[in-house]
Design a protein around this ligand. Structure first.
Ligand code: SF4
Length: 835
């Protein structure tokens, strides 16, 4: 990116080591800062990536532009100064607590926040406001792992590290398209397979034939929601074939009798019938697992995001405990976190269901310890509302004030239009945001401008428990401030000055590390007291380290549970008796298809940052609905047709991708697109809000749906240097490019209407000599281009049939040029270069 509109401080280091902004792999990044440029490269010394980056990480530099940033506090749509905005929020928050009690307020935070920001938010809500109502968007991606880990291990511990994926002889990938969603891990695995002549073998369990499945040795395209049956069948197979490690079970676990009994019925034929895969493929998987000691089972949202996600994870942990394959190199269950700091949020207790430093509400001693440590008399004694419940409480009016930080819930929550309606009922909505144009911004009464990646300082923890520094390398623009500062300033104004008088993130980190070791005599997994005495300089130069980091040592811990001891009262892990349960909402005549949602390779969450990088939009630039050929044929849908996905909760529009990779009866739609990039493209507005009763994690992977073809009378696209208003078309997608913005449009009104409409929208006067156009009634198309002083300012291509429209790439490339050549002008309305 060009830094012409930014000022890099003259003493900025040439290379700043930091951590990526996005996914739970947590790659180390080197930001190479000069006075005119920021160049991004992988950090060769970081243990997570060893210099590798994926497309999103590599293009972080393209997202640093200030054009879309929120740079001033705002109150009800007008600019304000910090003291006015902070005073108002602190005063109103205190008033609402005074009138209705602390539980009438809530924080909804994010795995994009740094650990230090998370820590003070949790301390304020649970320690001083005295409510458990702080939950996080990480509830949507990994809450089931927290519960399943805790009930098996007595602690929320990911046992292994990334190196285990390279040391294993078999990787089972359950419910994860990690080639796209955790790409650097996929790169590490591919490199290991090349080095080790095809080992580890890879088995992918996923209803979709994803990019990850394409490269696997075996793909089990099981029916959605049948994972418990599959892994219970595996446990039964291991038992029948004498592959159980009885010595380990006896020494290190309890509960195996009940767990075995629960899977007695799961023979291979029975599992085959339920899961919808052949007995032969099942037998191949079970045999491979049984014979391969060094096995890692990687799982992610395909397992987590389910109304029985916790049981699914327990069924995976059961087979690892039953074989003693845990805590050793190349072995173990491995939950991948979605976001860069989902794990850090778990550490500080940034979830409504945990307290702080992996302490819980179920243990009275923990509450006492946290209260004493914080010197707080109002420490909360019970869990608060989980994400979906929190928005239900806003709708019901029992929660009256919400402070949303670094997340976009009207796009990301299930039944997202409900979330929108619920926010509209709140007395006070505060939003800490980096950007001024997210879908949630219009619902906020007060906007706090937050520091963005590249500006803020703190730590994050990745999926392998590795704590890394995120370091700022750009000055804070405008009035933007770090989240920790904003939270502490509100806390001070609410009368909690001494508890929130932090000089900076290093002081917060020290307190967080001290709390982890407070009254912790080895009975809690999360202990980083070895980092509690870091001075500011040590903190500044902190190298990545996997927790626990015990007092007296700066060494981290690669693997947990190597000694067969766990954090339960008796030190033994629990096998859990799990029983298959169907998805919360069954298919019906009206809604016969299963809607599954997820990520694409080059976008991150709600596109507030990755949507700023034109190169990332080249991969997939419009919301899409992937479906099998048989479903498309039945509905009369062709590849790239526009379709409407309808459920009991609403309707969204996307472009059909007809694919053999999609299982018949299933739809896949990415969740990234927002109202900023498309009309009716927010798939979460049609996703059911069912949740796992244990974890509160929503069932994003299974909503009964139908798909309906749309037959627009007019389709087309406009490319222009400036924004063109096309909002009343029934479909549009906005695709920023280099020096131009493309809008794809479709509508039921005819070509003639849109030909006139876009000419008006582009500000073209009648008989404007700069406007060249062409209309063909026979071919039913209209084309026009605006050329001013030799430079292309805009062009439009409309047709009754979308298939007659030209490709976009060459036309978009013309907007980079200061003037067109004669050949380019000649080819312009054809949409092709003339040779
Ligand atoms: Fe960033 Fe994840 Fe890509 Fe690594 S894999 S560069 S952490 S998005």
């Amino acid at each position: 990116m060009s830094l012409s509109d930014l000022t890099v401080s003259s003493d900025a280091p040439l290379i700043v080591k930091t951590t990526c902004a996005y996914c739970g792999v947590g790659c180390g990044v080197e930001a190479r800062v000069s006075h005119s440029l920021v160049e991004i490269a992988g950090d060769p010394e970081h243990p997570a990536n060893g210099g590798r980056l994926c497309s999103k990480g590599a293009l972080l530099g393209d997202t640093l532009d200030l054009q879309h940033r929120l740079l001033r506090p705002m109150i009800r749509g007008r600019d304000a100064n910090w003291s006015e905005a902070l005073d108002l929020v602190a005063g109103e928050w205190s008033r609402i607590i005074g009138q209705h009690g602390p539980d009438a307020t809530a924080f909804y935070v994010s795995g994009q926040m740094l650990t230090e920001d998370y820590y003070v938010a949790n301390k304020l809500m649970k320690g001083f406001i005295g409510s458990g109502n702080i939950d996080t968007n990480s509830r949507l991606c990994m809450a089931s792992s927290v519960v399943a880990h805790t009930r098996a291990f007595g602690s929320d511990t990911v046992p292994g590290c990334y190196e285990d994926l390279e040391l294993a002889d078999l990787i089972v990938v359950a419910g994860s398209n990690f080639s796209w969603c955790h790409p650097v891990l996929a790169q590490r695995l591919a490199d290991a397979r090349q080095r080790r002549s095809g080992l580890p073998k890879v088995v992918v369990i996923d209803p979709r034939r994803t990019e990850t499945a394409e490269t696997a040795d075996l793909h089990l395209a099981i029916r959605s929601g049948t994972d418990v049956t599959l892994f219970s069948g595996l446990l039964q197979h291991l038992r029948r074939n004498d592959k159980i490690d009885h010595a380990y079970l006896e020494a290190s676990t309890v509960g195996f009798g009940a767990a075995f009994e629960a899977c007695l019925e799961q023979s291979i034929p029975a599992v085959s019938r339920v899961c919808g895969v052949t007995p032969e493929i099942l037998a191949e998987f079970y045999t491979l697992f049984a014979q391969t000691e060094k096995t890692v089972t990687v799982f992610a949202q395909g397992i987590h995001q389910s109304s029985s996600g916790t049981d699914k994870i327990s069924s995976i942990i059961n087979v690892h405990l039953a074989t003693g394959r845990i805590g050793k190199p190349g072995m173990g269950p491995f939950s991948l976190t979605g976001q860069i700091n989902a794990m850090g949020g778990r550490e500080v207790g940034g979830m409504a269901t945990t307290l702080a430093a992996h302490m819980g509400f179920q243990n009275a001693g923990h509450r006492e310890a946290v209260g004493e440590f914080w010197n707080s008399a109002s420490i909360v004694g019970r869990p608060g509302l989980k994400a979906v419940e929190l928005f239900e409480a806003l709708d019901a009016g029992t929660v009256k004030a919400v402070w949303i930080m670094a997340t976009n819930p009207v796009v990301s929550l299930p039944d997202a239009d409900f979330a929108r309606r619920a926010l509209a009922k709140a007395e006070l909505v505060v939003l800490s945001e980096c950007f001024r144009n997210t879908d949630t911004v219009p619902h906020a009464h007060v906007l706090f401008p937050a520091a963005a990646w590249g500006e803020k300082n703190g730590t994050v923890t990745n999926s392998e428990r590795c704590i890394s520094r995120q370091r700022g390398f750009l000055p804070l623009p405008g009035d933007a401030r770090p989240d920790w500062w904003i939270i502490c300033e509100v806390a001070k104004r609410m009368g909690f000055s001494s508890a929130f008088d932090f000089a900076g993130p290093s002081a917060i980190f020290r307190e967080h590390a001290q709390l982890s070791g407070f009254r912790n005599n080895g009975e809690r997994d999360f202990n980083i007291s070895g980092l509690a005495d870091l001075n500011d300089q040590d903190y500044e130069s902190l190298k990545p380290v996997r927790w626990p980091v015990l007092r007296g040592s700066m060494e981290g811990t690669d693997r947990m549970f190597a000694d067969g001891r766990f954090f339960t009262p008796d030190g033994r892990a629990r096998l859990i008796a799990v029983h298959p349960a169907g998805p919360a909402n069954a298919l019906s005549f009206e809604f016969p298809l299963i809607l599954n949602t997820g990520r694409v390779r080059d976008q991150w969450h709600t596109m507030t940052r990755t949507g700023l990088a034109p190169r990332l939009l080249r991969h997939l630039s419009e919301p899409f609905v992937e479906m099998h050929l048989s479903d498309a044929d039945r509905a009369g849908i062709a590849h790239e047709d526009l379709v409407s996905v309808e459920t009991a909760y609403g309707r969204m529009i996307g472009r059909a991708i007809v694919s053999e990779g999609q299982k018949p009866g299933y739809l896949f739609v990415p969740f990234h697109w927002t109202d900023q990039f498309t009309k009716l493209g927010r798939v979460n507005s049609v996703v059911n809000p069912a949740t796992d009763p244990l974890s509160g994690q929503p069932e994003f992977k299974h909503t009964p749906a139908r798909v309906v073809p749309l037959n627009p009378a007019c389709s087309g696209f406009l490319i222009a240097r400036k924004e063109i208003e096309v909002g009343d078309a029934f479909y549009w997608a906005r695709i920023p490019g280099n020096g131009s913005i493309r809008h794809e449009i479709a509508d039921e009104r005819p070509l003639e209407f849109w030909a006139k409409r876009v000419v008006e929208a582009m500000g073209i006067e009648k008989q404007d000599p700069a406007w060249l156009d062409y209309s063909d009634r026979g071919q039913k198309c209209y084309r026009g281009a605006l050329i001013v002083e030799g430079r292309l300012e805009g062009c439009v291509f409309l047709a009754e049939s979308r298939s007659s429209l030209p490709p976009r790439a060459w036309l978009e490339s013309l907007f980079i040029k200061e003037s067109l050549t004669v050949q380019e002008r000649m080819g312009l309305l054809a949409g092709w270069p003339r040779s």
